[in-house]
Design a protein around this ligand. Structure first.
Ligand SMILES: [Zn+2]
Ligand SMILES: [Zn+2]
Length: 165
């Protein structure tokens, strides 16, 4: 996702509106997270004495797995973006992104923001019943015959021990 910055580069304080849609840098920014289609950015780019400040909102739709039943979950990500870009060689030291010439590529900055902000846990629904701990069946879809005896399998050995004594 590139922006032609030739207009704002020439004058300090100049800004421009940015409204971009493009292919994400990584379609799978993290394990099990797949971005669907294009993502979009809408905001402004300002030239602050040679440092370009990008501010606005990023939107993307992605797929992941429900952490209870492993079913597919589609979610929308809407992130507030605030990043700086510099043409100086010490960009990394100043926690900025580098740029060269008259085209500014914001793909890496947006990708980093996505990686940092992906929620850890997704549920297909608040009522998701998850998988049966005995047979592994998806309890949203099947009614298995397993009896829930309420015993944590890790505790079973301990219970047997007490029964014997
Ligand atoms: Zn689920
Ligand atoms: Zn079962």
């Amino acid at each position: 996702m590139k922006i032609d910055i030739s207009d704002i580069l020439v004058s300090d304080g100049a800004d421009m509106k940015v409204d971009l849609t493009g292919v994400p840098l990584q379609q799978e920014p993290a394990d099990g997270y797949i971005i669907e289609g294009d993502m979009s950015f809408c905001g402004t780019l300002t030239n602050n004495n040679g440092i370009l400040h990008l501010a606005g909102w990023l939107e993307a739709v992605y797929k992941s797995a429900c952490y209870r039943c492993l079913g597919e979950v589609s979610s929308r990500l809407r992130l507030k973006i605030s990043e700086n870009f510099t043409s100086n060689s010490d960009a990394d030291k100043k926690d900025m992104y580098p740029f060269e010439g008259k085209m500014l590529d914001i793909s890496r900055a947006l990708n980093d923001n996505i990686i940092l902000n992906l929620p850890m846990k997704h549920l297909c629904s608040d009522q998701c019943r998850g998988l049966c701990s005995k047979c592994g069946g998806n309890l949203n879809e099947v009614q298995c015959d397993c009896i829930d005896d309420g015993i944590d399998p890790r505790m079973e050995g301990l219970n047997k021990f007490f029964e014997r004594s």
